[in-house]
Design a protein around this ligand. Structure first.
Ligand code: BES
Ligand code: MN
Ligand code: ZN
Length: 493
């Protein structure tokens, strides 16, 4: 979708559809008041009839407003005027775009409401992100059941003042890049395990490198991983016919001396649990177990599109986790690249096994910071549900940076403890550590496990198991936390 920013006379602007905000009790936004006055109070008259009360997300299409050049005027409910905030605005937008998409308009003008719930930049970016979120369709392996009659091709955002054009244009540019990263992450997540294999992810990285000249890709094969001593990662892929890949993407946009930001994403393309087999119900959803990796791809692509002046490395360890005669067995002991031995008490705790070797591998990049993203535990879903990613780190400054990026991007994380008190759950009689603790605090002991491989740099872990896909009727990837990551990169650039 193309986004344009405009200001100036709105009444005489020719467009198939002009969107105006209305608050509850039929209070008009400032800009809607202007249009109402110009049309001889036609809007106010219609609202008096009570067809539309300004409830958040409710809409009403009007035709032939006198003295107004737009073919249609769509009123959009914004909720209560007092307390109108970003949440209400985003909710209204989420309802608006599916409606616009089903209308006949290919082109629309959205007058940013005044008062705005946030600054111009944030509001415009929220519009762009929501518009693109609602425009996404998964069609790779099925017909689109609700094809858009006339897909929205262009959205013009009208701002009241000249000074708002520059921040709005910047927001549109940032928002578009974020949105295409989000779409990429959704698409990879939604692809089934028989298409989206470790090799497919490696090819996706190569495609990105072909598109962006600052991006270089190196894919480590199993032999190379074996010579590096990645016994933990390789133990997971032993039960699979698909060869594991360790995908490394280098984006060099910064100065050669700038320490890289390293993003590490779990790329488990299907997690059946291995010998500790998962129950059958909803097991299909374990195709999403590569969404940490998918969000690394998304953030990488956004950084490339925006040509951010930073050095960024994306690392995606990728494998399947299946039961097999050669698969890990409970009680098996493997040696990680760090030299630490691991007793595998549950083969379904495989994410940490592939991540720990990838994290040790990252030492060679002398990173400024390392953030890993993983659909690591069901326990994190229990703790935080679908709204916030679990953030684990002992680095308070880094925690603040990540939490702020999440707030700014509207893609939130919530900090969880990573106290040493939990570490003893990983004690093993036969190895340096076990790969699982008890059921209690499962998301925390998973993070504790990773912390043992990240001592040489500043590190944070995001457990994204709850946020990165939706279940039930809306089953599908969300593209989270690409927005948070891109925001963090923007903040650092
Ligand atoms: N990929 C799963 C985590 C997961 C579960 C994500 C449900 C989203 C929804 C991970 O590999 C896993 O199986 N974790 C186990 C760990 C346990 C064996 C300690 C879990 O959470 O049950
Ligand atoms: Mn698992
Ligand atoms: Zn898993």
């Amino acid at each position: 979708m193309e986004f344009k920013i405009k200001t100036g006379e709105l009444a005489t602007l020719k467009t198939p559809c002009l969107v105006l905000g209305v608050f509850e009790k039929s209070k008009l936004t400032g800009v809607a008041e202007d249009i109402d006055a110009k049309s001889g109070n036609r809007i106010a008259d219609i609202l008096k009839k009570g067809d539309m009360d300004g409830e958040v997300g409710k809409t009403l299409m009007l035709y032939d407003l006198p003295e107004i050049s737009a073919d249609r005027v769509l009123l959009l409910g914004l909720g209560k005027k007092k307390g109108f905030d970003r949440t209400a605005f985003r909710k209204a937008l989420a309802a608006l775009f599916p409606q616009l998409q089903q209308s006949r308009a290919r082109d629309a003008v959205l007058a940013l409401p005044d008062p705005l719930p946030t600054d111009t930049y944030t509001s415009v970016r929220d519009v762009v992100l929501t518009a693109e979120d609602k425009a996404y369709r998964y069609t790779r392996t099925k017909d689109d059941k609700q094809p858009l009659k006339t897909p929205l091709k262009r959205l013009t955002l009208w701002v009241p003042k000249k000074q708002e054009i520059a921040p709005a244009e910047l927001a549109a540019r940032h928002g578009s890049a974020m949105a295409s990263g989000i779409s990429l992450a959704k698409e990879l997540g939604n692809l089934p395990g028989n298409i989206c294999t470790p090799s497919y992810l490696a090819d996706t990285a190569r495609d990105l490198a072909n598109r962006f000249k600052e991006l270089q890709v190196e894919v480590l094969e199993e032999e190379q991983m074996a010579s590096l001593g990645m016994g933990a990662l390789l133990s997971v892929s032993r039960g699979s016919r698909q060869p594991a890949k360790l995908i490394c993407m280098h984006y060099r946009g910064g100065k050669s001396g700038d320490k890289p930001i390293v993003l590490v994403g779990k790329g488990l393309t299907f997690d059946a649990g291995g010998i500790s087999l998962k129950p059958a119900a909803e097991m299909d959803e374990m195709k999403y177990d590569m969404c940490g990796g998918a969000s690394v791809f998304g953030a990488m692509q956004a950084a490339c599109e925006l040509e951010l002046p930073i050095n960024l490395i994306g690392v995606v360890p990728s494998s399947e986790n299946l039961p097999d005669g050669d698969a890990n067995k409970p009680g098996d002991i493997v040696t990680s690249m760090s030299g630490q031995t691991i007793e595998i008490l549950n083969t379904d705790a495989e994410g940490r096994l592939i991540l720990c070797d990838a994290l040790t591998y990252c030492e060679r990049f002398e990173p400024g910071i390392v953030i890993d993203l993983a659909t690591l535990t069901g326990a994190c879903v229990v703790a935080l549900g679908k709204h916030a990613a679990g953030l684990f780190t002992q680095d308070d400054k880094l925690a603040a940076e990540i939490l702020t990026a999440g707030e700014t991007a509207g893609d939130r994380a919530w900090r969880m403890p990573l106290w040493d008190d939990y570490q003893s759950q990983l004690d093993s009689n036969f190895a340096d550590m076990a790969n699982v603790g008890s059921r209690d605090g499962g998301a925390i002991t998973a993070a504790c496990f990773l912390s043992r491989f990240t001592k040489k740099y500043r590190w944070a872990h995001l457990d994204i198991a709850g946020i990165t896909w939706l279940t039930g009727k809306e089953k599908g990837g969300t593209g989270r936390p690409v927005a948070l990551l891109t925001q963090l990169l923007l903040d650092r650039a």
